[in-house]
Design a binder for this molecule. Structure first.
Ligand code: OOG
Ligand code: NI
Length: 506
């Protein structure tokens, strides 16, 4: 029997091997990322603070884009077989560089599973009903095209359902499942209808990438690196031009938080095209790219609001002084406006930590205090950062944008289709987890266990009353439909993942 986590690890590894043969620059990226990680591991005794070097070395995220709720449900079934569940809701349809998709990320949700293999896939659904992008005629032709295609073979879906139900597959079935799952995300050799693709491309290159072809494909696969600034420089030295900046928080003296990412455009790849007269002629498309990421501490809603505020302020000042260095502007704002140490982040409840009791601390007849600051400063507890496992909508929009050909067209005077975590959950037929709730639960569990070990009665009571730590309610249900398809639970607000603060809109 091959258990779920081994299926996930094998899938990530095979997908990586496949992508390396298809996109050679990805192999260069892996090489450089590996060198940088080895160097950081050798010079920095704290290198494993955000995950073991084994985890970081194996760590990847990919991205796919699908056209219909049914395709999304099928993708969800395949990811469920790998122990990956939808987390977060990202709406990328607004603001500068808007694209006609809403997204979620499939990933493991248990800390132990993340440690075994943290593979995640950012998955976007085309919103064909959004009038800002598609008129009724184009919508109906697009929907008809999408209804005719089959992204995933029935056997793959059957094996996936079996793997989910049985928490794994017998070895021979695992092999069939993995082979077919990887094949489903390869670039298809099918000729592309030239006129149809071009028509969609005028609206949005993302719409063409999704609805202009008969298959889906993994459009990038992202390794994790421990020093993204070093990697950025070194890729330049290897002759690969990265986008103009690293997205996310600036490099600064304080703690690494959330996610920093940067990317490069892949080369145009040869593709066969079907011309209006029925003949097949060669051409090329540029649909795939490379990306790399560095991860830091997960922020609470309060910390995230602070982050969003600083990003908005960086934008505002950069717009006022276009020739000032954006990184410098950001850095100085952060220096003044963001907690400068992990300890400050913890005691101001702006980031998530797991807590451990300090073994053998003399009690001197005293009971541990019911106050987080004193529990930490008086040496009862230690705090360990929780790594951010999700994405940033603004960076995602930037990644989409930097890899698109043309701006497309969008009529901002028309109303968009309302879409939220709820509707996404209904489309999926599975609940969408709220990332803040997942992090809060992990933190709460560790703190409760630590205080129990310390026999810290007063602190435990304070924790129960919500007085020790002020973050998120941990009991809320994920947004969405029960697997049986009954009434949605919760409200839209519980599922609004990192995706919905206005300051973070693209
Ligand atoms: C997804 C872009 C988002 C990220 O890392 O933010 C993403 C896509 O291009 O389909 O992968
Ligand atoms: Ni990405």
């Amino acid at each position: 029997m091959v258990p779920t986590w081994q299926l996930r690890a094998a899938f990530a590894q095979r997908l990586s091997a496949m992508y390396g043969t298809e996109v050679p620059a990805y192999t260069t990226l892996l090489e450089v990322a590996g060198q940088v990680n080895d160097e950081v591991a050798a010079r920095d005794p704290d290198a494993a603070r955000f995950g073991s070097i084994d985890r970081v070395t194996a760590e990847r995220h990919g991205a796919i884009r699908v056209g219909t709720p049914e395709e999304l449900r099928q993708a969800a079934q395949i990811f469920a077989a790998l122990g990956m569940h939808p987390v977060g809701f990202y709406d990328l349809r607004d603001g500068e560089g808007a694209v006609p998709v809403v997204s979620t990320a499939f990933r493991p949700t248990d800390p132990e599973e993340l440690d075994r293999n943290p593979f995640r896939v950012f998955t976007s659904l085309l919103t064909t009903g959004d009038r800002r992008f598609f008129d009724p005629d184009l919508e109906s032709r697009l929907d008809a095209f999408l209804a005719r295609r089959q992204l995933f073979p029935p056997e793959l879906l059957r094996l996936a359902a079996r793997a989910e139900a049985g928490a794994g597959l017998p070895a021979d079935q695992a092999e069939r499942f993995l082979t077919q799952a990887v094949a489903a995300f390869e670039l298809s050799p099918e000729p592309v209808d030239r006129a149809w693709y071009a028509e969609l491309e005028r609206v949005s290159a993302v719409a063409a990438d999704i609805g202009g072809v008969a298959a889906t494909h993994i459009n990038h696969l992202t390794p994790r690196v421990l020093d993204i600034d070093a990697l950025y420089r070194r890729m330049g030295e290897r002759g690969i031009t990265m986008i103009d900046r690293i997205q996310g928080p600036p490099r600064w003296d304080g703690p690494d938080v959330l996610l920093r990412q940067t990317s490069f455009r892949a080369l145009a790849e040869p593709r066969a095209f079907r011309d209006p007269d029925g003949g097949v002629t060669p051409g090329s498309l540029r649909v795939r790219f490379g990306e790399v990421e560095a991860r830091g501490i997960a922020l609470t809603r309060a910390g995230r609001a602070r982050y969003d505020h600083l990003m908005a302020e960086t934008d505002r000042r950069t717009a006022l002084r276009p020739d000032a260095d954006r990184q410098e502007t950001a850095r100085s704002l952060w220096q003044r406006g963001f907690p400068g140490t992990e300890h400050q982040l913890a005691v101001s409840h702006q980031a998530f930590f797991t807590y451990r009791p300090v073994a053998g601390r003399p009690r001197d007849g005293r009971c541990p205090p019911a106050d987080l600051t004193r529990l930490l400063t008086h040496g009862w507890l230690t705090a360990h950062p929780v790594v951010y496992e999700d994405f940033l909508p603004r960076s995602a929009a930037g990644i989409f944008r930097s890899n698109l050909t043309g701006e497309g067209t969008r009529d901002a005077d028309l109303a968009g289709t309302p879409f939220d975590a709820h509707r996404l959950a209904e489309a999926l037929g599975r609940p969408v987890h709220d990332p803040f709730t997942l992090y809060a639960r992990q933190q709460d569990r560790s703190l409760r266990q630590a205080l129990f070990t310390l026999q810290a009665g007063a602190a435990l009571r304070a924790l129960d009353h919500g007085e020790l730590i002020d973050t998120e309610p941990t009991g809320t249900e994920p947004t969405g439909t029960e697997p049986t398809g009954t009434e949605p639970t919760g409200t839209g607000a519980t599922g609004t993942a990192p995706g919905t603060t206005s300051a973070d809109r693209p």
